[in-house]
Design a protein around this ligand. Structure first.
Ligand SMILES: *Cc1c(COP(=O)(O)O)cnc(C)c1O
Ligand SMILES: [Zn+2]
Length: 558
């Protein structure tokens, strides 16, 4: 491991001391590690195949002398999961999820904590201070506990109580600050100054950026394993790794994407990859200073003093210089800054859980809501390879996003039980399920389309769903089940959607069942005329994620 710490302002190069945070020449706190890339490039690819898949497999590119096994918790090495259902829904088949929920404390902050605490332990630190919107304090607490470092965690009072309890469980001192995250940071800094304690500096901490960049390394290795290396090897004895077209992440202070950009840039410098992915950084609308500044073409962001989002994890109101640095990467990679509302994030959270079996915390869901938005806007193309960072798990946030009725209790009436246990049990079970879920018939000759529509509907509520794959089958089914709503394809062999509509409207029992036509076909004026007055809504396929479709379903079913 040979590297120096280079000042971003004056270029001065100094050796690394984890506890000294200022440039010795100009006292800037904006510095980063630089390695002997030519030497590392020669050995790393040869070493990798024999190393375990965790963050330390890239140790030549990390500022820790000898990673102490006694502090490790299995950090890094999270899976890259292909999101087949979501990809199908969005028309982006090469969609992957970097599942950072699978870190030791269930967020990608575990990388930051693992590397930072390892470096601080090497430097002899025994007590430290951190300000956090929750997840940093949880991760740092876990690693500090292993390293025997006492941690003072300053969190805002809006951090969910479950998260605060977890921080305390690890033995950290939790200090609740009633105010914004930016204010909590100030209080923490003052406390550290008064006591002469080491203070974590967020994105200015060398190890933070260094730890986050390992996500880029892993993504490049994993996308290469999934899709094969880039053809041609640049005159090198090893193949060029593949990178995705997009890296999407929800951001608060923006440390993650800054680290990833540095990681990809290092791989490029070592000729291991030939390009850096476009970076999409997604903020919560109620606290989106970077998105605002980027859209206004500004190099410095105006701080948001009172964030208006329920997603506390993302409530950095003043990104400071991180924005300016990140903006450069976003522009250079032709990426994007985007914001989404809390509601869009909560909806994305449900869609992700119900379609992919991945339960993400609202902060992570922000990235998925951003993905939906960028795909819909045509910024992300159907052929693009996309990696979304699923940054954290939902558990602590559940009570907040699920209503009271997420589970139903079975209470067995004891008296009835004694007399007729069978009946009592059945009666109780009947009470668990409501009398009747709304019934929906999906009529489409394409099996994929039916599965897709079924999944989308199921991700939005409880429905009983019937499917028919032809016009004739549809008529029989509809007459028998009398559904509350029909989702109808127009282009089907033999009996098409128009003929089905005519037949339905001709019979009094089915004449008034609402119909949403879902079609991939551009309709002619004459065809549109034929539908007029016959259907409740017309949806182009590929449009299913639009609020319109779901609003339509909800309003028609009432
Ligand atoms: C910290 C955090 C973010 C934001 O990360 P930054 O890159 O620091 O802006 C997003 N999601 C989760 C779950 C987080 O813990
Ligand atoms: Zn300097």
């Amino acid at each position: 491991m040979s590297f120096i710490i280079k000042c971003l302002d004056c270029g001065h190069a100094a050796p690394y001391f984890p506890t000294s945070v200022n440039c010795p020449r100009c006292s800037s706190q904006w510095r980063q590690a630089e390695y002997d890339y030519d030497t590392v490039a020669k050995s790393l690819v040869l070493q990798l195949p024999s190393r375990p898949f965790d963050l330390w497999r890239y140790r030549e590119l990390l500022p820790v002398r000898s990673p102490n096994p006694a502090i490790r918790l299995g950090e890094g090495g999270t899976p890259l999961i292909q999101a087949i259902n979501l990809g199908m829904m969005l028309g982006c088949p090469n969609l992957f999820i970097k599942d950072e929920r699978q870190g030791p404390t269930a967020s990608f902050k575990d990388r930051q904590a693992a590397v930072t605490i390892a470096a601080l332990k090497e430097a002899g630190i025994t007590e430290m201070v951190v300000a956090s919107t929750g997840n940093v304090a949880i991760s740092y607490s876990a690693y500090a506990a292993r390293a025997g470092i006492k941690l003072w965690a300053f969190v805002t009072s809006l951090v969910p109580a479950v998260k605060m309890r977890e921080i305390a469980l690890y033995g950290s001192q939790v200090i609740k600050v009633t105010g914004s995250y930016d204010q909590a940071k100030q209080v923490a800094a003052e406390f550290a100054r008064q006591r002469g304690l080491y203070l974590d500096m967020g994105a200015r901490t060398i190890t933070s950026i260094e730890a986050m960049k390992t996500i880029a390394f892993e993504i490049a290795e994993q996308v290469t394993a999934a899709l094969g290396p880039v053809s041609g090897n640049n005159g090198k004895p090893y193949p060029i790794w593949r990178t995705p077209d997009w890296y999407i992440q929800s951001i608060s202070g923006g440390m993650g994407p800054l680290g990833l950009a540095k990681g990809f840039a290092e791989l490029q410098r070592m000729n291991l990859i030939d390009r850096i992915p476009a970076i999409a950084a997604i903020q919560a609308e109620g606290c989106a200073p970077m998105v605002q500044a980027w859209k206004d073409g500004k190099e410095v962001a105006t701080p948001v003093t009172s964030p208006r989002t329920h997603i506390e994890t993302l409530a950095t109101g003043d990104p400071g210089r991180t924005y300016t640095l990140l903006r450069k990467w976003v522009n250079e990679t032709h990426g994007a800054f985007e914001s989404v509302s809390d509601e869009e994030a909560f909806r994305a959270m449900h869609v992700l859980a119900k379609m992919e079996g991945i339960s993400a915390e609202p902060a992570a869901a922000v990235a998925f809501a951003g993905l939906f938005k960028l795909v819909r806007a045509g910024v992300i193309k159907p052929t693009d390879v996309v990696v979304v960072n699923c940054t954290g798990h939902t558990m602590p946030a559940e009570p907040f996003v699920l209503g009271d009725n997420w589970a139903r209790n079975v209470v067995l009436p004891s008296r009835v039980m004694e007399e007729t246990p069978q009946e009592g049990l059945l009666a109780a079970l009947n009470r668990v399920a409501p009398d009747r879920f709304p019934n929906i018939a999906i009529v489409d000759d394409s099996r994929e389309a039916r599965i897709l529509i079924r999944r989308i509907l199921q991700s939005q509520g409880d429905f009983k769903i019937f499917e028919a794959e032809s016009g004739q089958e549809a008529l029989k089914l509809i007459e028998r089940e009398l559904p509350d709503l029909i989702v109808l394809d127009l282009m089907m062999p033999e009996m098409d959607g128009f003929a089905v509509l005519d037949a339905l409207r001709a019979k009094p029992e089915t004449a008034n069942i609402p119909v949403i036509v879902a079609t991939a076909k551009e309709l002619t004026a004459e065809e549109k005329n034929r539908l007029k007055g016959q259907i409740q809504a017309l949806m182009q396929k590929g449009d299913f994620l639009s609020d319109e479709f779901l609003e339509e379903v909800r309003s028609l079913i009432k």
